[in-house]
Design a protein around this ligand. Structure first.
Ligand SMILES: CC(=O)SCCNC(=O)CCNC(=O)[C@H](O)C(C)(C)COP(=O)(O)OP(=O)(O)OC[C@H]1O[C@@H](n2cnc3c(N)ncnc32)[C@H](O)[C@@H]1OP(=O)(O)O
Ligand SMILES: O=CC(=O)O
Ligand SMILES: [Mg+2]
Length: 543
């Protein structure tokens, strides 16, 4: 019956239509109840998304013409008010180490078995959202929630299954800028965020609540409290529809855009029934600093490697997030050190040392937990947070920073010192090339030169070069960064990548196509909002 209704809708172009190719196992995912929820959400909320995205453009236009982001005058009462978020469920009180990773079957099992408190299952920065991957990802999470997930690696024959006490599951849905073009509502592609949210919620909320957990979400790339309000309405609508207690759905918002850091109190306030934490998504935040201040010549960033969490503008961001969260009873999560374990034992010691240093800074600032990209880093991060949190507490909520001096807008916006080097520019090109190549083939997270690269980190690499060209910056060796210099380097670095990956891999890969896309988005006069937008067109072209 559901199939019949869908076919009718596909013909009439009204209501919801699934237009993607058939993925094995999708019948049970697109059950009548799930489709009906998705359709209701699209009917109620999809039309508001372009309006919210339009608000982003208007804000950006004001900043492009010289204004600087600042705290909002008309929400002063919310910042000054004495209010708290509603509360944190027991299984989310202790989040000292969270692992993140894409929703592929093997990774889901490995992440849930890792020695961490939470697994953030990611439909966002680390996933290239091909139709196949998003559908399979939902199936994998549904099976994991039921404790019914296994996997056998085709090559090694290694078998994977869940350990008895898996990590708490939190699902990160796509950002509002991304569409899911394989599902249409009234003939238009639907917001990817609604697709991810509706399916994860529908298939898992009962089982999760029955085992004392709940439907938990990470919300990425918010830019304003009005976007948080939109999510609050989505949550309330769903809680009502399924006769759940208000606040049964819980979320953590990533503060990973420069505009959002000025609205953290407001975001917590809008979502106060549902929110439990904010998270320092540092990589997108750095990208957003570049993007938001792209027309401000005095705020051009140096080499990516110089932009570390101890630089003043990032330190202010981390400290203000902690202060804001703890004042409101919410957890303040740290972010990702992009290092991943090295095969060589000596090199690995150096990696662990860098992770330790990064986590130590977060824990000392007062963060309640942090992210790792790889199970091999869990113990290191856990040891640091254990030392700061101890056995008596499960977080650092008791640490309030009211006595600290206020953190001012000028500190959040402070220009970042450091060199722009030819080595840094060439490295940016090679990273962006290899990442885009992986992404357009359907792989959203890859190790490159010993670091985890995902959509957020790669954005920094490509946007930095755009910004250096735009403002006619010189490199430390005196070379002026121009479109011509970039194009010459692109040819040279493409050849270098070929040497590094080998002729065979190069020929069978999509490096030339990646180079074309990288060139387009780097020499364009306007900064392309997200590389995943043109990337999605390529990714989905042949599906
Ligand atoms: C800016 C942000 O948004 S950060 C959040 C988004 N980014 C992420 O989540 C990054 C997640 N990390 C990853 O995807 C991976 O660690 C990568 C791609 C960087 C490296 O992966 P690999 O090359 O497979 O690493 P490696 O070979 O060392 O892996 C060893 C084992 O650990 C597993 N593993 C590695 N990372 C993870 C992870 N994050 N979750 C679960 N398992 C993992 C691998 O699957 C592999 O398992 P196996 O031995 O059973 O085959
Ligand atoms: O999503 C996390 C980030 O750092 O970006
Ligand atoms: Mg991010």
């Amino acid at each position: 019956m559901a199939e019949h209704r869908l076919m009718q809708q596909q013909q009439s172009k009204t209501g919801l239509a699934i237009v993607g190719h058939e993925v094995t196992g999708q019948e049970s995912l697109f059950s009548e109840g799930a489709v009906s929820l998705l359709e209701a959400l699209c009917r109620e909320f999809a039309a508001e998304v372009p309006v919210l995205l339009g608000d982003r453009k208007q804000r950006q236009a004001r900043i492009d013409s010289g204004a600087l982001p600042d705290f909002l005058p008309h929400t002063q009462a919310i910042r000054d008010g004495d209010w708290q978020i509603r509360g944190i469920p027991a299984d989310l009180l202790d989040r000292r180490v969270e692992i993140t990773g894409p929703v592929e079957r093997k990774m889901v099992i490995n992440a849930l078995n890792a020695k961490v408190k939470v697994f953030m299952a990611d439909f966002e920065d680390s996933l290239a959202p091909s139709w196949q991957k998003v559908v399979e990802g939902q199936i994998n999470l549904r099976d994991a929630v039921r404790g019914d997930i296994e996997y056998t690696a085709p090559q090694s024959g290694k078998h994977y299954k869940l350990d008895p006490d898996p990590a708490v599951l939190v699902c990160r849905v796509r950002g509002l800028h991304l569409q899911e073009k394989h599902v249409e509502f009234n003939g238009l592609a639907i917001p990817g965020a609604l697709f991810d949210f509706a399916l994860y919620f529908y298939h898992n909320y009962r089982q999760l609540l029955a085992k004392g957990s709940g439907p938990y979400f990470y919300l990425p790339k918010l830019e304003s409290h009005l976007e948080a309000r939109w999510w609050a309405k989505v949550f309330a609508f769903v809680e009502d529809r399924f006769c759940l207690q208000s606040g049964a759905i819980k979320c953590t918002c990533l503060i990973e855009t420069l505009p959002a850091v000025f609205e953290m109190d407001e975001i917590l306030y809008e979502l106060r029934s549902n929110i439990v934490a904010l998270n320092c998504g540092r990589w997108d935040y750095i990208f957003s600093y570049i993007k938001t201040l792209k027309q401000h010549p005095d705020r051009v960033l140096p080499d990516r490697q110089a932009v570390t969490m101890d630089t003043p503008f990032l330190s202010a961001y981390s400290r203000l997030l902690i202060k804001t969260c703890h004042k409101r009873g919410a957890l303040a999560m740290g972010g990702m050190a992009a290092f991943i374990p090295a095969k060589d034992a000596g090199q690995n010691q150096a990696v662990l040392e860098r992770v330790r240093k990064d986590k130590e800074l977060e824990a000392r600032n007062g963060h309640d937990g942090t992210w790792v990209a790889h199970p091999g880093l869990a113990d290191t991060a856990m040891a640091i947070f254990n030392r700061y949190i101890g056995d008596e507490h499960c977080n650092q909520l008791h640490i309030t920073r009211d006595v600290d001096a206020p953190i001012l807008a000028s500190e959040l916006l402070r220009p970042c010192e450091g060199e722009r080097t030819e080595t840094g520019m060439r490295l940016n090109i090679r990273i962006a090339l290899q990442y885009i190549e992986a992404w357009i083939q359907g792989n959203g997270c890859v190790p490159i030169y010993g670091l985890m690269e995902d959509a957020a980190t790669a954005e920094i690499s490509r946007a930095s070069i755009w910004q250096w060209i735009q403002h006619g910056k010189s490199l430390s060796n005196g070379k002026l960064v121009t479109k011509a210099l970039f194009k010459d380097m692109l040819v040279e670095e493409l050849a270098k990548v070929k040497e590094e990956v080998g002729g065979d891999r190069f020929t069978h890969g999509k490096f030339t196509q990646a180079a074309v896309l990288l060139e387009q988005i780097t020499v364009s006069d306007e900064l392309v909002d997200f590389l995943t937008l043109p990337g999605y067109e390529i990714l989905t072209a042949k599906q």
